[in-house]
Design a protein around this ligand. Sequence first.
Ligand code: CDP
Length: 206
Amino acid sequence: MTTDFTVAIDGPAAAGKGTISKAVAAKFGFAHLDTGLLYRAVGARVLGGGNAIEAAKTLQPEDLDRDDLRTAEVAQAASKVAVIAEVRAALVDFQRSFARRAGGAVLDGRDIGTVICPKAQVKLYVTASAEVRAKRRFLELTGKGEVTSLEEVLADVKARDDRDMNRAEAPMKPADDALTIDTSDLSIEQALETAISAVNARWTSA
Ligand code: CDP
């Protein structure tokens, strides 16, 4: 077994990256890092009056434990700080050392297979139509008590997609060697099965 085994899972908001990442990590005993939380934590610090670059440079593990990071407001703030090159640069080392953990790691985000871990053994790009993703996120947010509408969530998802895909620094896109999984018409079980068999194919030969 090699010591480094990295699974890179990228894709837009609410496509199913989180569910797939957690399931892959649990199945293979890998550590999991949701890299979106790093940008959300920086976004939350900015909403609280802080400076984005300073926040990224001084981010502490406790910042990732804040319980307000999953709100729609923080998601928008995250995608705004995520266009800043210095913010992204300050977060690279932490992500790369997490990826090199002995025993394997799963990282999910937007630029894992393209920029953070271009040599990852498995690269998945998990996507779905904006409408399907907005519906999933709407149910998730309202389930947690956030007051919003489907239209508002769809507009937010589209604004974030646009910002994430069109930024100069590390734009969201599938790596050339990524397997794309479109979850629009897949059940969770079907999506997990596809992801797990892709990892299995590489893990058993690692
Ligand atoms: O959970 P969701 O997919 O809605 O978003 P997230 O993964 O928590 O990411 C929030 C925002 O952080 C994204 O819209 C991106 O702008 C940014 N992000 C990024 O630029 N690069 C990453 N590797 C992860 C997130």
